[in-house]
Ligand binder design. Structure first.
Ligand code: LLP
Length: 447
């Protein structure tokens, strides 16, 4: 496993993150445990802020779908970034953290009338309108509330990014956005411009996630700028803002070579500026929405090793106390991860094993074929780069409680998400009176 951020191996041979011994963390908070490296999370925010905002005056909106809770909202706010939110639940979370709503972009391909009303009530900075239905609905809702919705339109640029099929979004055959090629996008712009209760500021697109090729981004920026130019010629209206989404890839395992944030910024802003200059128009303000590249590397998951099953000549399975419930990414996207034995992080690998989860599915595997020191029950396994799309996609399959999350830094560890309890698991269950064991009692308590 590649050590990064504040990770180091301490005098006891244990993996340390944020000045905290991870073996102690496992003992204190239990496992599975999500550990978030505060300094690295903040540094990743700062890298974006420096590369985009300080260098180019561009906007950076952290994509909360990658990792969101109250503490994360506070970190993002303190580092000066905005938030990309996609649901009433995410809006509510940001609101409860008292995040400045003017810095929020509200996304989604099927926002409900209630969610749109909430976004208007909270006065979010931008609503990213995805389709005609939403455009009409929003215009009506904003009218009813005697307000104006500040919007940008999500467009489908028709670009195929090189990434997993499930996390591609820029191609024409997509559920997201208005297609440029077939005239839908232009029709929506004309409609938006004549509406009384929406104010159109620009466009949005997002080509996918875990992308390494900067050429895909440059291509996307050019396609979008071609369209900005075309719209300007045909309507006289010039887009003031171009939100180019997120998606920058990160290092998960050997072979992953992500570009730097500065290279990404130079590519995007450079392509937009060049295209604007060619057309003799003012360049729109660039906005980006990174999620994974901010929180992904800052997360590590700690597990306790349990059953070990050796099938001589075939494979050695090492089972941990979590799995697809806290990290569904290997099962969903064949995602790869690296790991180390946290309590013997100074030892060299001696054997190749496969790390299995504890769910009742053969597909519940976290890592296939990884070289590790010989493992035994009770060892603490640390899986790195689990900060993005782990906690936010965690589930209760097999009624496994979701793990706790701690924020570590300067030798301190603070609980930022409590571990679910068995009582939490049944807290939304309801037992109709006729199914209760003590019917008399249940009738009384139902009253
Ligand atoms: N903006 C929009 C409109 C998005 O749809 C996304 C991600 C982002 C920004 C942030 O992308 P990022 O920088 O995090 O790559 N669950 C999948 C990833 C789904 C991405 C969804 N949209 C995974 O675990 O790989």
């Amino acid at each position: 496993m590649k050590l990064h951020g504040t990770m180091r191996i301490n005098e006891r041979g244990h993996l340390e993150i944020g000045g905290c011994d991870t073996v102690e963390l496992a003992r204190r908070f239990g496992t599975p445990l999500y550990v978030l490296d505060e300094q690295l999370f903040r540094q990743n925010c700062r890298d974006y802020y420096a590369a985009f905002t300080q260098k180019y005056g561009a906007g950076v909106i952290y994509a909360a779908k990658a990792l969101l809770n109250l503490a994360v909202c506070r970190l993002v706010e303190e580092e000066g970034l905005g938030l990309d939110l996609v649901s009433g639940g995410e809006l509510y979370t940001a609101r409860q953290a008292r995040f400045p709503m003017g810095r929020v972009y509200f996304h989604g391909n099927n926002k409900s009338p209630e969610e749109l009303a909430l976004a208007l009530e909270y006065k979010v900075g931008r609503i990213v309108v995805d389709n005609f239905y939403e455009l009409e609905l929003l215009n009506r809702l904003a009218g009813e509330k005697h307000t104006a919705a500040e919007i940008i339109l999500r467009l489908t640029p028709g670009i195929e990014a090189h990434t997993h099929e499930y996390i591609k979004t820029g191609q024409i055959d997509s559920k997201f956005g208005l297609v440029i090629e077939n005239g839908q996008a232009l029709a929506a712009i004309k409609r938006a411009l004549e509406m009384k209760n929406v104010r159109l500021h620009g466009f949005h697109c997002h080509i996918g996630s875990q992308i390494f090729e900067l050429a895909s981004y440059a291509h996307c920026a050019r396609v979008m700028m071609d369209f900005v130019g075309q719209v300007h010629r045909e309507t006289g209206w010039l887009a003031g803002e171009l939100n180019l989404g997120g998606g920058l890839g990160i290092y998960y395992a050997t072979g992953d070579r992500p570009p730097t944030v500065q290279e990404y910024a130079d590519t995007l802003v450079g392509a937009v500026a060049a295209a604007a200059a060619e057309r003799g128009i003012k360049a729109p303000r660039v906005v980006v929405e990174p999620g994974r590249s901010i929180c992904g590397p800052a997360g590590t998951t700690l597990y306790t090793v349990g059953a070990i099953k050796d099938i001589p000549g075939v494979r050695k399975y090492v089972a941990v106390d979590g799995g697809m419930g806290d990290n569904p990414r290997p099962a969903l996207y064949q995602a790869r991860y690296e790991a180390c034995v946290a309590n013997r992080a100074d030892q060299s690998p001696t054997e190749v094993v496969s790390v299995a989860g504890k769910c009742c599915e053969s597909g519940d595997m976290l890592i296939w074929d990884i070289a590790l020191p010989s493992l035994e029950a009770g060892d603490i396994l640390a899986v790195s780069c689990t900060g993005a799309y782990n906690y936010t996609m965690a589930m209760n399959y097999n009624r496994l409680p979701r793990p706790a999350m701690v924020l570590v830094g300067d030798g301190r560890a603070d609980l930022i998400v409590a571990r679910e309890t068995y009582a939490d698991l049944i807290s939304h269950d309801r037992l109709p009176a006729r199914l209760r064991k003590d019917k008399r009692l249940s009738v009384a308590s139902a009253r």
